[in-house]
Design a protein around this ligand. Structure first.
Ligand code: GRF
Length: 196
């Protein structure tokens, strides 16, 4: 069985949804850059090893610490679930294409932060989330799958966050399950063999 580590920085709702759907034995650790991440409690409740890599003023040291800790766990797959630090090129180059991320927009639209308010400002019709492989760009790696919703007149950034998060919780565990058993074939920046 392939092994994964899950990287979080905050509340960990995606972590929770992943834990409900995949075999916990395949998760070797939950790692964070934030000692106060609520998601750590979820990991502990589920008896999963946790690991804190604290951010220091020395950016290179943080990058090195993160790299060394990840290597220590020897994961086949790295899962970003609300991890707010950018992975170093060294990590990405070593693990590509086995790093996954979920992003709250229909990429390539709205890469980066604050997607829900930006989508509303842009008068979009649709919004949603994307699961993709992480490369060295910001939210630019090969697409695996997306799920969309129609924006309502009454939507606010908060309501959109809630509605998109519910979609995230349905698609991310399915992708992870698949990656734990399969290897991706990538063509034109899309994973062409992923089947839900
Ligand atoms: C989610 O919106 C995810 O798309 C983004 O960060 C947020 C993490 O939320 N990458 P949670 O910590 O999983 O609740």
């Amino acid at each position: 069985m392939k092994k994964c580590i899950i990287l979080i920085s905050g509340r960990g709702s995606n972590l929770q949804s992943i834990l409900k759907k995949i075999d916990k034995k395949s998760i070797v650790a939950v790692m964070t850059d934030n000692p106060n991440a609520m998601g750590l409690l979820i990991a502990k409740k589920n008896e999963i090893e946790t690991c804190i890599v604290s951010k220091t003023t020395n950016k290179q040291k943080f990058k090195d610490d993160l790299y060394n800790k990840i290597l220590f766990y020897k994961p086949d797959l790295i899962i970003l679930a609300g991890f707010m630090s950018i992975l170093s090129e060294k990590i990405v180059n070593e693990f590509y294409p086995n790093i996954l991320n979920i992003h709250p927009s229909l990429l390539p639209k709205f890469a980066g932060l604050n997607t829900h308010s930006r989508v509303l400002k842009a008068n979009e019709i649709n919004h949603g989330c994307t699961v993709h492989i992480v490369d060295n760009g910001i939210d630019t790696g090969p697409f695996i799958t997306q799920k969309a919703l129609l924006i309502k007149k009454s939507d606010t950034p908060e309501s959109l966050e809630k509605r998109v998060l519910a979609l995230e919780h349905t698609i991310y565990p399915e992708v992870i399950k698949w990656f734990l058993k399969n290897d991706p074939i990538i063509k034109n920046n899309v994973v062409i063999n992923f089947k839900q």
